[in-house]
Design a protein. Structure first.
Length: 93
């Protein structure tokens, strides 16, 4: 069995339509922490599909970063208020 790894994904795009598409794709893989930052626990095959999906949507104008977290970061320490799953109602991301 392939182990899960925690990934932090952040994105930015000058195009509203692409930002929405990126957000929708990432919502299927992880939990939104901030406007354009997601935390995803992924198997290697899921990471591959996510990368393919991001590459399909993004253009050279967009910025997408993926950080693989080491095992010791899997259970991050929480400071301040806990991050609750958020239902984003805004039209623009």
């Amino acid at each position: 069995m392939n182990p899960e790894q925690l990934w932090v994904v952040a994105y930015d795009s000058p195009n509203t339509k692409r930002r929405r598409k990126l957000a929708k794709l990432l919502e299927g893989y992880g939990e939104r922490l901030q406007w354009s930052v997601f935390e995803c626990r992924l198997q290697p095959h899921q990471l591959q599909r996510l990368r393919q999906g991001l590459a399909h949507i993004a253009t050279a104008d967009d910025s997408i970063r993926l950080w693989g977290m080491p095992q010791r970061a899997q259970d991050a320490e929480q400071l301040g208020r806990p991050v609750e799953p958020t239902l984003w109602q805004d039209k623009v991301i």
